[in-house]
Design a protein. Structure first.
Length: 731
């Protein structure tokens, strides 16, 4: 299409006669219709949860085309996911009576690819450039680290990749990055510069480059920018609250032509700050686009009045927001139920009982969801559902025992219990890195196959020869020694204590503690929960047998399943019944969010709670536990501050302070032991100030006796309470 043709397009539009579109228009409320009819100038549509934002977007886009205000090629519509783009395209096609050929509708990244392919030469690239995925990106960064002789343990490739991605999200090419302060940032900056040079040599880009290079194209080539600002008469943006700095700047540049930009979003649902989203982008819309109109969509079509009242009362506590109040034409409905429980196990039992009760009354399991703040919380719910035979799915991630870190931890337990488990040995022998390369593993495999022995036995035999030398031999001797030492502790230490010891002494826990990637904290929490799970069994062998049965019992379930997911994964979804678990201080709001970003972190956590509540159509249940086991030690928990912020008139409360008290559940006995019980030292053998030894904490002296526990001041680890059966008298 020529520039003259673009300029001659009518701007007044024509009357729409399409019957399908007109029928859709009749179903819209006044605010929704206003958002569709106001086509000229900057517009921000504040679409609260469940207020029909997708309907508004697709109807607005269809209206522009059917009224002939613009050709399809003159409309730019950007979304965040391919799924959202596909849904929008299908809805528009159904409204206008066929596909809109030439429409610029897609994700930020797909639209940028389309632009870059056209103008790649201006950026020193060929139009056939390759887009690297995460694995390719990591491989290239590893090559650079090796070539620059950097320590990959001190500077993990994944961490450097994450830092580089954050710089790109903030629209910072190497020349715009502020002078790094720390050694780590200096190393990341050094790798960043080389990485970008290597990408150009390879005629490649990564996902962060797609928007960053588009910005460079527009700022360095004004004629190219003018081409697109002239072409796009109308710009529509979905989920504007989730844009990062680079996406924001890209939109600002494109909108400076016609000024007809319509952004749809909800500041109260901005929950992705940890991956670069800037809630400030939507909050300053009026400043960025003078004369902008703001339309609030507040009529909710999803939830009952009590759920909306509770959610509105909660989010009103945030200061950084436009402000809106959701309402519904639905009558009352069930109040939000808040229930305190004794611990996580009782929480899983209470929720599972409610799920079964609803199912017996005819409610479908796939219309129920359990939403948690952290991934480690899913384990107790999974095991409860398996016990009851209730089918479930973990959305947005693998089941607890299928996660990478849990499979690694299971392999460590398996090799200790069963030394001939070659699959477990192969998995852990170089995890974490011990300098045992591929060639060494090939030697072990060849010998094991030839002699028809396990990898462990093959390694033991080869240690007596010169087949393996140097660092690899030393590392193999070390892991064999450790496995043997841990195996000797099977009948001495409690299962949970031994599991923690193995994960710590192997360096596996330390590996994730050193990892600075966004996934690392969650993996560490899962490992803590893994140790908690083991401690419920009489032996590690019993636990491994249990896990095998769990994995087998979860196969082949039907499609009607309860969904278990994190709150972040739940955005955009809705269910008849929602169970919000673990509303306790330190867990939700999460202590890490509060510690890292303070008030901003608290407000994002509150928005996350708001998102969770507004997933529910008919009923919402919030639970919190008086006790949580952390690092295998029981800790008292306090109800989340968010519970106090929920209006009383919209909630029904049980065991939430006041006259209510928690009834302590009788502890369940551990499963039958496969080993002989301890023979603990007689109580009268211990006395104050006595010198003793503990296998983990070392030497110390007794400062207090309390039943079957001792309070000991250890030489190197300070004062701790331990069981008498784990202590030896040394004097």
């Amino acid at each position: 299409m020529t520039l003259a043709q673009l300029k001659n397009m009518p701007s007044t539009g024509q009357e729409i006669t399409n019957p399908v579109f007109l029928e859709q228009l009749k179903t819209l409320n006044p605010a929704q219709r206003q958002a569709i009819e106001l086509t000229e100038g900057p517009l921000l549509v504040l679409a609260g949860a469940g207020t029909g934002k997708t309907r508004v977007l697709t109807t607005r886009l269809s209206a522009l085309l059917l009224s002939h205000k613009a050709w399809p090629s003159q409309v730019l519509a950007v979304t965040f996911t391919n799924k959202a783009a596909l849904e929008m395209r299908e809805r528009v096609a159904s409204l206008i009576g066929g596909p809109a050929e030439g429409l610029w509708l897609g994700t930020f990244h797909s639209v940028c690819v389309r632009i870059l392919r056209r103008h790649a030469e201006l950026l020193g690239l060929q139009s056939s450039f390759t887009i690297l995925d995460t694995d390719d990106q990591l491989r290239l960064i590893k090559q650079i680290i090796k070539a620059e002789e950097l320590d990959d343990k001190k500077f993990p490739p994944r961490v450097l990749a994450s830092i580089i991605s954050r710089w790109k999200d903030r629209a910072l090419p190497p020349e715009k990055v502020s002078p790094p302060a720390s050694d780590f940032e200096k190393a990341a900056f050094h790798v960043y510069k080389i990485y970008q040079d290597r990408l150009k040599v390879l005629n490649a880009v990564d996902f962060g480059d797609l928007i960053l290079l588009c910005l460079k194209l527009f700022t360095e080539h004004s004629d190219v920018l003018a081409q697109y600002t002239t072409q796009f008469h109308y710009i529509l943006v979905d989920e504007y609250q989730d844009t990062n700095v680079a996406q924001y700047l890209w939109l600002r540049l494109l909108a400076q032509g016609s000024g007809n930009i319509c952004c749809v979003g909800d500041d109260d649902q901005s929950i992705y700050g940890w991956r670069g989203a800037e809630v400030g982008n939507i909050l300053r819309f009026e400043k960025d686009f003078p004369g902008a109109t703001i339309i609030r969509l507040e009529q909710n079509y999803r939830s009952n009045a009590h759920i909306l009242g509770a959610a509105s009362g909660l989010i009103a506590q945030n200061a950084s927001r436009f402000g809106k109040t959701l309402w519904t034409e639905q009558d009352g409905g069930e109040k939000v139920r808040i229930q305190g429980v004794w611990d996580g196990e009782e929480e899983a039992r209470v929720v599972a009982d409610e799920v079964e009760s609803l199912h017996r009354k005819g409610n479908f399991l796939n219309q129920m969801a359990i939403l948690v703040r952290a991934g480690f919380q899913t384990r107790e719910f999974e095991e409860r559902f398996i016990t009851l035979g209730v089918p479930y799915r973990v959305v947005g991630g693998p089941r607890f025992y299928e996660r990478l870190e849990i499979r690694d931890a299971l392999a460590y337990m398996r090799i200790v219990v069963q030394p001939n488990d070659s699959l477990a040995f192969e998995r852990i022998v170089n995890t974490p890195k011990r300098g045992i390369g591929t060639s060494t593993l090939q030697v072990l495999h060849q010998y094991a196959r030839y002699e028809e022995v396990s990898l462990t036995e093959a390694t033991l035999r080869l240690m007596e020869t010169d087949e393996i030398r140097g660092k690899a031999k030393t590392a193999l001797q070390g892991i064999l020694y450790d496995i043997d030492r841990w195996r000797k502790q099977l009948n001495i230490l409690e299962p949970g204590e031994l599991a923690r010891l193995i994960l710590d002494e192997s360096g596996y826990t330390g590996m994730w503690q050193a990892d600075k990637s966004p996934e690392a904290p969650g993996r560490l929490e899962n490992l803590k929960e893994f140790v908690n799970a083991i401690d419920e069994f009489e032996s590690i062998g019993n636990f491994l047998e249990h896990v095998s049965l769990v994995m087998e019992n979860t196969r082949g379930t039907g499609s009607d399943m309860v969904s278990i997911m994190t709150l972040h994964s739940a955005k955009g979804l809705e269910f008849d019944s929602v169970f919000l678990a673990g509303w306790e201080e330190g867990l939700f709001p999460h202590q890490r969010a509060l510690g890292e970003t303070g008030k901003a972190g608290l407000e994002e956590e509150r928005r996350l709670a708001y998102v969770g509540l507004t997933r529910a159509r008919q009923r919402a249940m919030i639970t919190f536990a008086a006790n949580r086991r952390v690092h295998n030690q029981w800790q008292s928990s306090f109800p989340s501050r968010f519970i106090d912020e929920l209006p009383l008139e919209h909630t029904e409360r049980l065991n939430v302070g006041g006259n209510h008290t928690f009834i302590r559940r009788t502890p369940q006995p551990k499963l039958q032991a496969l080993k002989e019980p301890y023979r603990p030292i007689k109580e009268d053998a211990f006395r104050l100030h006595q010198r003793v030894f503990h296998i983990k904490f070392g030497y110390g002296h007794i400062i207090a006796l309390e039943g079957d526990k001792l309070e000991i001041n250890f030489d190197h680890t300070g004062i701790k309470k331990v069981m008498k059966s784990f202590v030896e008298i040394t004097e």
